[in-house]
Ligand binder design. Structure first.
Ligand code: XIL
Length: 401
């Protein structure tokens, strides 16, 4: 069941002052939720459409997937940085792209690059930066009066091969590696100084039991101290940017969020420029709603940090057509969306909620969680779901309830 959008419906027009409702711009080699993407982080070619704007590229690839020509497209790729010249921009594709673009501009007042800011995408070769997609996103945001969140500087995923090679034993000295970090942060954060409001400086650095995750090359090599260093570097590059730590499964008070709480306290006590905690919010009905999210957010804001939900999606079980197996799940999902918005509005110092994708057809969920999907506000045809109305209702409702 889908609702109708009136020509004037706009979530961003319902927001209280100073509160951001964000979404992502799909991008780079990872359109369609990563189904085209290199799964092991940079060694294989990715689709990097450069021929037209990003919304057209995304719609084209989705069309190819529907038509069953996506496989040919992928297997035909032999190099990085590919156009997709063989695919015609039909009226259908153009329409879809325009709708997606329109929804992105009209419904949300904050944007995050879904992949365009990740190390692999922004620095695919050593000493070479690929800024065009981020620049395009920044231009789009400026035209539409939207804030931008930067994502992300240090992560264990989506690192380029050249960087991973440098971490091989004996390949580079600590000094050389630190120079790479300095260069990256200076170039990337510095380029967008004054234009990116928040950066996720470190992404996903703890395990569920609160131990430090193994596999982030920077932390494996230098320990957690490198996080403080990255924060200081980012602060030097853009002193007004709010610098965040960001992770999933930290909605509740648990061992993992405790680890962030302790680290945040230590960093702040040491005078390290840390300004916020990002709670990704990749929720699934099967695991239950994080009832203590308000309490958890409040303990971070009590430290003086900002808090945002940075990657919200609420996945349900779907059939092979990506449709809800249990239709009522769409109602429960809508209730959960409303709860997240109310929780965020209820805690002073929580400044925004970003949803990780506009429409189900562009979501990363089905490619990573088999049998799950339909996690967003708009369906495969870009029509608003119950969740859309629920978010609208929660924005209009007084906080606290
Ligand atoms: C995901 C993107 O949505 C996909 O397109 C990509 O293939 C993989 O990464 N946590 C994060 C995000 O911090 O960067 C991830 O984004 C989703 C999980």
């Amino acid at each position: 069941m889908t609702a109708r959008l009136t020509p004037t419906s706009s979530l961003r027009s319902e927001l209280p002052n100073g509160f951001y409702l964000g979404n992502v711009v799909p991008g780079a080699g990872h359109l369609l939720g990563g189904s085209l993407a290199d799964k092991d982080g940079g060694s294989k070619p990715t689709v990097r459409p450069t021929g037209d704007d990003i919304f057209v590229s995304a719609a084209l690839l989705r069309q190819a997937k529907k038509d069953g020509t996506l496989g040919d497209l992928i297997s035909g790729l032999t190099t990085d940085a590919k156009d997709i010249p063989a695919l015609p921009v039909t009226d259908e594709v153009r329409n879809e792209a325009e709708t997606l673009e329109h929804l992105t501009a009209k419904q949300f007042n904050s944007l995050t690059p879904e992949n365009q800011g990740k190390w692999q995408e922004i620095a695919p070769a050593r000493n070479q930066f690929h800024f065009s997609e981020m620049d395009g996103l920044l231009d789009f945001a400026k035209e539409n009066g939207q804030r931008v969140r930067g994502h992300c500087l240090l992560w264990h995923n989506q690192n380029p091969q050249w960087l991973r090679d440098m971490f091989e034993e004996g390949a580079a000295t600590d000094e050389e590696l630190r120079a790479v970090l300095v260069q990256h942060i200076n170039h990337v954060v510095g380029r967008y100084k004054g234009h990116i409001a928040q950066w996720d400086v470190a992404n996903e650095i703890f395990n569920e039991d609160g131990s430090v995750r193994v596999g982030n090359p920077w932390i494996d090599r230098f320990g957690l101290e490198i996080i403080a260093e990255a924060l200081r570097l980012a602060h030097q590059a853009d002193p007004n940017c709010q610098l965040y730590l960001n992770d999933y499964n930290v909605e509740s008070i648990n061992a993992k969020s405790d680890a962030y709480y302790e680290l945040s306290k230590e960093l702040l006590a040491a005078g390290v420029p840390l300004h916020g905690f990002g709670i990704q919010g990749h929720l699934a009905l099967q695991y239950g709603y994080p009832n203590d999210m308000r309490e958890n957010m409040a303990r971070f804001t009590a430290l003086g940090l900002g808090v945002e939900i940075t990657e919200l999606d609420i996945r349900i079980f779907v059939d092979e057509n990506d449709e809800a197996r249990i239709p009522e799940d769409l109602d429960t999902q809508a209730e959960w969306y409303a709860r997240v918005i109310s929780d965020a509005l209820a805690v002073p110092g929580v400044t925004g909620v970003t949803i990780w994708g506009v429409a189900d057809s562009y979501s990363w969920i089905p490619s990573l969680f088999k049998g799950e999907g339909a996690a967003l506000l708009f369906d495969d045809n870009l029509a608003p779901k119950q969740a859309y109305a629920a978010v609208s209702g929660a924005l209009g409702a007084p906080a606290g309830g």
